[in-house]
Each structure stands twice: as C-alpha cells, then as structure tokens.
Write a protein that binds this ligand. Structure first.
Ligand SMILES: [Zn+2]
Ligand SMILES: [Zn+2]
Length: 330
C-alpha cells in the first residue's frame, strides 16, 4: 500500500507520535484495498425496529390514501360512474404512493454512510486526543475523535447515539424510519418527503373538492342546511381533510427546510450546531449544490488534510490529498 499520510515536519515542532498517526489512518478503513466502501451489517434487532417504524410510517400514508380512493370511487359514481374518469383521477396519487413507499423503504433499510470502526483495543483519552484539521475551500474544518468508534471522523460526519455509529455527512437520525439520514440515503429521504407532500396535496385538494360539491348539492339542490348530520355523513372525507391538512403543514415545513439545505449544501446537523461560523466551506453556489445533490454526494477526495496536532497554531502542514488511501502502519 502506498502512503497517503503527511510526514511530520522537519523542525519537529509538530512531529507526531507514531501511535497518533496510526489512529488518524484508521479513519480511512471504511475503504477496502480496491477502494470500495466497506459496509457493516446491522444486527437483527435493529432491522426489526426499522421494519416496525417503517411499517407504521407507511400506514400513515396508506390509510388516508385508501380512504380517499373510496371517496373518489363514490364521487365518480355520483357523476355517472365512468371508469376512465376514475382511472384518470386515481392514477397520479397511486404513482406518488408507490414512489413514496419505495423511497421510504430505501431510506429505512439502506446504509446511510456508516463508517467502519477503528481498532477496539486502542484507547485514547478523548480530552487529550489530537484534532485533525482539514482545509476546505480555505476554511478550517476540524475532525473530532470518536472514542466509541476509535476513529477521527471525516468532515461532516457525526456519531449517532441511536445507531451507535459514525455516519458520513450526517444529517439527522430519523425516528420515522429508525435510521440515520446521511451521505448515502439523503436523496431517497428527500424523494420520500417530496412524493409524500405531493400525494398529500393531491388528496387534500381532491377531498376538499368532493366535500364542497356535496355541500353545494345539499344546500342548493336539496335545500338542506349544513348541520351536524351532514358532517357525520361525510365523516370519512372530512376526517381525511383534517388529517392530511395537519400532515401537510408538517411535511411542507420539513420539505422547505431541506430544499433550502440542498441549495446551501448544509445538513440539518450543521444548521443546528453552526460549526463554520456562518462561512460554510461546502457551499459552492445554488446550481453546483443542486448538481451535487442530484448526482449524489461524494465527499471523499474533496478536502485537503493537515497533520494531526494538539496546537491550534500549527495549521500549515497541508497535504493535497485527492483520494483517501489506507496508509501503512507506522
Ligand atoms: Zn463514532
Ligand atoms: Zn442514527
């Protein structure tokens, strides 16, 4: 294997103990010799939890959709029962439902970007662990030591307390699928949000249309008032409107937040913690940020690495490291 680690500087002021260099190198061990990422297999219980949470979330989408389709069929029958009309009205939400479920399952069961752990035998006091500095577009980014995973986390990675793993480009831990959202499943997560929002909007508009049409028919055709009995009769469509309306407020807010995040190339975690003090080095303009999102984030090789140091002032040993490599043990 070829070495990719910076050599200590000749004056010895920031020369690193051999053991420290070895620990720093461990962070690249999520790449096998052939350069492909090593993926850890989640335990069975974690899979069961993901399955249960995902099923619950899917149920919250499927139930109102099914109620809407029943009302849709009834409404079509009220205006003549043309099967082509029913097909045309039910096709878009069905396609959105399938897309939402597929992206939901993908987000829940895929690897969000778990980073392989380092040597479990190696102990390093977190308080004394050297920080690894990276220069990203001229901004200093610090990699912190994870005492659980025994690695220096790459930039933007974070240890998830629920999954007990460090995750590349950690966005957040999603309780709706019991999985992290990170480097490898962020696009499927946003696809889920988008398709679920569009499905909800379609169901809401359709339900309101059905409700208003029946209300008008009752008032103007049959000259009957809109009393409690009417709302009881139309409980299914009225309940769908209330439930989907509330869900859309939540979904719309979340989707807007992530659209802004994609435009700025910032994660939810970065929005909360503000690690760059208002100068996000990963923000390269809306169009390039959007292109990054669409083709999938590839963070490795985009940053330059400096030597590990305990001294904040020692920030000059920059290495042009275009691709992470596993370095021979020192
Ligand atoms: Zn960790
Ligand atoms: Zn997690």
């Amino acid at each position: 294997m070829t070495g990719g680690m910076a050599a200590p500087q000749s004056d010895g002021t920031d020369a690193l103990p051999a053991k420290v260099i070895e620990v720093v190198n461990l962070k690249f061990k999520d790449y096998a010799d052939d350069g492909l990422p090593v993926r850890r297999i989640p335990c069975a219980s974690r899979r069961m939890l993901k399955l249960a949470r995902t099923t619950r979330t899917a149920g919250l989408i499927i139930v109102p959709f099914a109620l809407f389709v029943l009302e849709l069929r009834k409404a079509v029958q009220e205006v003549g029962g043309d099967p082509r009309l029913l097909l045309a009205a039910a096709l878009p939400p069905t396609a959105l439902l399938l897309l939402a479920l597929a992206s939901l399952v993908t987000t829940a069961l895929s690897d969000p970007g778990v980073i392989a752990r380092g040597d479990p035998e190696y102990c390093l006091d977190a308080d004394k662990a050297p920080r690894v500095e990276h220069s990203v577009n001229g901004v200093k980014v610090t990699s912190r030591w994870c005492s659980t995973c025994k690695i220096h986390r790459p930039p933007r990675a974070k240890h998830c307390v629920f999954c007990d793993d460090c995750v590349h480009r950690f966005d957040h831990h999603c309780p709706w699928v019991a999985n992290c959202v990170g480097l490898r499943n962020y696009r499927s997560f946003v696809t889920f949000l988008t398709s679920a929002f569009l499905l909800g909007a379609y169901v809401l508009i359709g339900s309101v249309h059905i409700f208003i049409r029946r209300a008008n028919e009752r008032r103007f055709t049959h000259s009957e008032p809109l009393n409690l009995h009417f709302f009881r009769t139309e409980a299914r469509v009225f309940g769908t409107i209330i439930f989907v309306g509330i869900a859309l407020l939540f979904l719309g807010n979340l989707l807007a937040f992530h659209i802004v995040g994609i435009a700025k190339n910032r994660t939810t975690n970065e929005e909360v913690t503000h690690p760059y003090e208002g100068n996000n080095p990963f923000d390269e303009g809306v169009l390039r940020n959007l292109a990054w999102f669409l083709r999938g984030y590839e963070e490795d090789g985009r940053w330059k690495r400096t030597a590990a140091t305990n001294d904040d002032d020692n920030f000059s040993n920059v290495v042009d490291d275009t691709k992470p490599t596993i370095t021979e043990e020192v």
